[in-house]
Design a protein around this ligand. Structure first.
Ligand SMILES: Cc1cc2nc3c(=O)[nH]c(=O)nc-3n(C[C@H](O)[C@H](O)[C@H](O)COP(=O)(O)OP(=O)(O)OC[C@H]3O[C@@H](n4cnc5c(N)ncnc54)[C@H](O)[C@@H]3O)c2cc1C
Ligand SMILES: *[C@@H]1O[C@H](CO)[C@@H](O)[C@H](O)[C@H]1NC(C)=O
Ligand SMILES: *[C@@H]1O[C@H](CO)[C@@H](O)[C@H](O)[C@H]1NC(C)=O
Ligand SMILES: *[C@@H]1O[C@H](CO)[C@@H](O)[C@H](O)[C@H]1NC(C)=O
Ligand SMILES: *[C@@H]1O[C@H](CO)[C@@H](O)[C@H](O)[C@H]1NC(C)=O
Ligand SMILES: *[C@@H]1O[C@H](CO)[C@@H](O)[C@H](O)[C@H]1NC(C)=O
Ligand SMILES: *[C@@H]1O[C@H](CO)[C@@H](O)[C@H](O)[C@H]1NC(C)=O
Length: 610
């Protein structure tokens, strides 16, 4: 198992210290990555009195209005100052890939071509998958939708690992600790003093006559009869209610933003921690691309993480649109007396692990990386929700309809009693991601986006090379596993929305459907629609590339306390850790996870354990 040990001597750490301009040589904890997993964890550990170095590859765009105003999320997603452009595959089938309507190509001269008829000599890049390489991670350009996962997702971890602290009833306390649920000020089952302000958007939809018409039709389709639209739009999807996971219908969308629409979460919490008069021992170093974990051998058989190596400089990762291959950055090392915590996100965490010698031995050997631990689960079994959309154009412009609301449904293939479809509807267009997204279909556009939660795919993140500046090879393997059931559920979501639109045809019809049944067609068969959905499904909630799992499970990367198996003093705390994609939206679960990890780490300090 242990074939290579990097010996780090005290002498080496002294000489390296002299070259560091900002970071000192040694901290108690080093956290790599400042997204919802790593950012709050670093702040929490510093608030508990520990010296922490938070290393982030990007810079700080917290004051950029694209980023700071949450409703600018589409502009944020296109902003080259935060974007990390990944190009992924949905399968190994070239023909299938070529049919993806937003396939991205690099044009011969400059820029991207998006579509299926590329100009001559364009180079196929793949399917665009957005990430944010910036202080705060993807919580800086996401739409901020904040939904607690079903209880079953937490209980699953408890069942697998035997660690009862993962039970949903216990996990709820982390939500109430971190949230400031301003949308429900008097609800004592919510928290009101945490750093994560949650607001409910979409209530304004009810001001518009067309918005009302559509939502009333949805209420009717759901059999909700005479309930006031305003009350439906205020329903709390995170309510502390035993029946919550089974209850379907209309809900308000919750976002991590304040009442002025300012984005709240990672960046604001890190900044607040840095400027707190109590001078917590948090050091944040930007423009620092971590390339590997450094290990030393203690007397035990387990290698021990003692620090990290990183490249210092701007835009050093090739996913960054400002990347310049000849600007190489400066190699530096820094050391942790207690622990190293990896939180680079679903693609980068497995990449860092593999570059450090932790991963499937055969893959590491192929790239001449000395194997520290043969852990086949690293970069395997990647999960994601599946997404599609019904977009239709009304027969006239919609009258001042803004905002979105959620509709939760239960498909015919749902395994248990839980809802498994999350739709969000409104006068917008969202069809996935590509450079320059989204398409604007004009003022008559109306969409119900369909998110199928428990999709059965298992993707992979593999090293393309041993160069830490390269992006990994990412394949989602859509519909390879359980595809028929998944497609059945996706189509049911689409059909539900279409029936609602058709029921308001007297005021807004005839509708022209953009897809799946493209106008002027109105008679697409179920098979045709499924074919379109299967080829055009997109996703952006990837998780589970370094999963928590049971002792004795060969594929488990982490134990229930986030510790990387086979080594000491190394944890992974980000969305990679989830054994399956949590609910329909991973960001709030990742904030909750970060809190749970804080407690695990501080517990170890208390026990005086190594
Ligand atoms: C466009 C978009 C919209 C989304 N919308 C929603 C939504 O509305 N609701 C929802 O629940 N979820 C949403 N998500 C998903 C959600 O934002 C992520 O699941 C969440 O941010 C994951 O957190 P994380 O800490 O695991 O990783 P990330 O947020 O990816 O953070 C990882 C951080 O690590 C840094 N990093 C990576 N590699 C290195 C390295 N080698 N060295 C140093 N630093 C490194 C990165 O720069 C980044 O800052 C969205 C995601 C995207 C991309
Ligand atoms: C905001 O994002 C857009 C792309 O969506 C970009 O063109 C613009 O420069 C960005 N503004 C700032 C201040 O970065
Ligand atoms: C919508 O109506 C509410 C009252 O129901 C009001 O407070 C709000 O300002 C209105 N919003 C818009 C955009 O008109
Ligand atoms: C929205 O539309 C209604 C008519 O449905 C109109 O009375 C109202 O003034 C409009 N509000 C705004 C903010 O344009
Ligand atoms: C459409 O409207 C009719 C009558 O208004 C109602 O009976 C029916 O349930 C509605 N169907 C859907 C799918 O909303
Ligand atoms: C390693 O073993 C030596 C002698 O057996 C002992 O002196 C030393 O303290 C041990 N070091 C650690 C880190 O356990
Ligand atoms: C890329 O980096 C090199 C080396 O630092 C520099 O000389 C060159 O000007 C840079 N190119 C661009 C386009 O910035």
């Amino acid at each position: 198992m242990l074939s290579h040990i990097a010996i780090v001597t005290a002498l080496a750490s002294i000489s390296i210290a002299a070259t560091l301009s900002q970071a000192n040589a040694t901290y108690e904890y080093i956290v790599v990555g400042s997204g919802p997993g790593g950012g709050p964890l670093a702040a929490n550990l510093a608030r508990a009195g520990h010296t922490v170095l938070l290393l982030e590859a990007g810079d700080d765009q917290g004051s950029n209005p694209n980023i700071s105003q949450i409703l600018n999320f589409n502009r944020a997603g296109n902003d080259p100052s935060t974007r990390w452009d990944f190009f992924v595959k949905h399968s190994d089938d070239q023909d299938r890939e070529a049919k993806y309507e937003h396939l991205v190509w690099k044009k011969e001269d400059e820029g991207f071509y998006v579509g299926t008829n590329p100009p001559g000599n364009a180079q196929q890049l793949g399917i665009y998958y957005p990430r944010a390489g910036t202080l705060g991670g993807c919580a800086m350009h996401n739409a901020g939708v904040s939904a607690m996962p079903p209880a079953a997702d937490w209980d699953h971890i408890a069942d697998m690992t035997g660690d009862e602290t993962w039970r949903a009833a216990n996990m709820r306390k982390y939500l109430t600790k971190i949230e400031n649920a301003v949308y429900t000020p008097n609800d004592r089952n919510h928290g009101h003093s945490g750093y994560l302000t949650l607001t409910q958007s979409g209530v304004n939809v009810a001001n518009s006559s067309d918005g009302r018409t559509l939502i009333e039709a949805m209420a009717q389709a759901l059999g909700l009869g005479n309930v006031a639209i305003e009350d439906l739009l205020k329903r709390d999807m995170n309510a502390d209610d035993a029946q919550r996971d089974e209850s379907t219908g209309i809900f308000g969308q919750l976002r991590h933003a304040d009442a002025q629409g300012r984005r709240v979460g990672t960046n604001t919490y890190i900044r607040a921690t840095l400027k707190d008069p109590q001078a917590f021992p948090l050091t944040v170093q930007l423009n620092s691309l971590v390339t590997k974990v450094l290990f030393t051998a203690s007397n035990s058989s387990s290698p021990t993480a003692v620090g990290v190596e990183y490249l210092y400089g701007k835009s050093l990762y090739s996913a960054d649109p400002r990347y310049n291959a000849s600007a190489e950055g400066e190699v530096r090392q820094v050391f942790a007396s207690r622990e190293v915590i990896i939180a680079g996100g679903v693609f980068n965490t497995p990449q860092i692990m593999k570059l450090s010698g932790i991963g499937p031995a055969a893959e590491l050997e192929k790239h001449n990386i000395p194997v520290i631990v043969d852990l086949p689960g690293v970069g395997a079994r990647m999960a994601d929700n599946y997404e599609t959309s019904l977009i239709s154009l009304a027969s006239r412009d919609l009258i001042n309809t803004s905002g979105t609301h959620a509709v939760m449904l239960k498909s015919s293939v749902a395994a248990g009693r839980e809802r498994d479809l999350y739709l969000f509807c409104g006068a917008f267009s969202f069809e996935g991601y590509w450079p320059g997204f989204p398409t604007d279909y004009g003022k008559s556009q109306y969409e119900c986006a369909v998110v199928y939660i428990p999709s059965r795919n298992a993707g992979s993140v593999l090293l393309r090379s041993s160069n830490p500046r390269d992006t990994p090879e990412i394949n989602f393997r859509f519909y390879e596993n359980g595809g028929d059931q998944d497609l059945t559920a996706m189509l049911e979501g689409v059909k539900w929305a279409r029936a609602v639109f058709q029921n308001v045809s007297s005021s807004l019809g005839p509708w022209k459907e953009v897809h799946p049944c493209k106008h002027p067609r109105t008679d697409c068969s179920e098979e045709e629609q499924k074919d379109w959905i299967r080829l055009q499904t997109y996703s952006h909630h990837a998780t589970s590339t370094c999963q928590i799992g049971a002792d004795g499970d060969k594929m488990a990367v982490l134990d229930s306390k986030f510790r990387v198996r086979g080594v000491k003093r190394l944890r992974v705390v980000d969305a990679s850790a989830f054994p399956r994609v949590p609910g329909a939206f991973p960001v709030l679960p990742t904030f909750v996870l970060s809190e749970k990890a804080t407690e695990s780490i501080l517990e170890d300090v208390r026990k005086g354990r190594e």
